[in-house]
Design a binder for this molecule. Structure first.
Ligand code: FE2
Ligand code: FE2
Ligand code: FE2
Length: 188
């Protein structure tokens, strides 16, 4: 897949950078949470890190065909490592930025420019980030009270990053239609 319009291509590279950073940041913050005695928060970070990988992977593949050395990507993401309660605030801020500003603008641009691959990739990410913002908020509410968050099994769709909490994965991904067997499990 390739992209014809420069602005959509810029947005894909920017989103790829942000998702890549989020992926790594969440893995690090997950370890911090476990060290602080919040294993479920750690598992939540680890699961959502996988969803951010799926988003980065999608954006990267939509850009397929670009020469790799023509661009550098700076990720305007949250930096640093703090206590888990603060790391969760960083996660909430990042997800809400994506939900309220970044992905809606990127998505509208891709639609306007009739970039079908980018439109799908941005849509997949936007739907997952809404769920992430809520899950991180619930986790922070618990940690603020000195408690680990209550968290059932978490299942991530490897196609779109859809994030599901419950005893079992959904039969079909409600965002992309992937089958249950595809989901990656982060179980209790
Ligand atoms: Fe993402
Ligand atoms: Fe996210
Ligand atoms: Fe999906």
């Amino acid at each position: 897949m390739t992209v014809s319009n420069a602005m959509t291509a810029d947005f894909l590279r920017s989103a790829y950078g942000g998702e890549s950073m989020a992926h790594m940041r969440y893995l690090i913050w997950g370890d911090v949470a476990r060290d602080e005695g919040f294993p479920n928060v750690g598992r939540l970070f680890e699961a959502i890190a996988y969803a951010e990988w799926a988003h980065a992977d999608n954006h990267f593949k939509v850009l397929g065909g670009e020469k790799t050395q023509d661009y550098t990507v700076a990720a305007g993401g949250v930096f640093g490592c703090n206590k888990t309660v603060d790391n969760l605030q960083g996660a909430i801020d990042g997800e809400l930025h994506e939900v309220k500003q970044m992905y809606p603008v990127y998505l509208e641009t891709a639609r306007f420019q009739e970039e079908k691959g980018a439109e799908k990739s941005f849509h997949f990410a936007l739907e997952a980030e809404k769920i992430h913002a809520k899950m991180f908020q619930d986790a922070q509410d618990a940690v603020k009270q000195g408690k680990d968050v209550e968290l059932d099994n978490v299942y991530i769709c490897p196609i779109c990053g859809y994030t599901h909490e419950g005893p079992d994965a959904p039969d079909v991904c409600p965002v992309c239609g992937a089958k249950k067997e595809k989901f990656k499990a982060f179980e209790k």
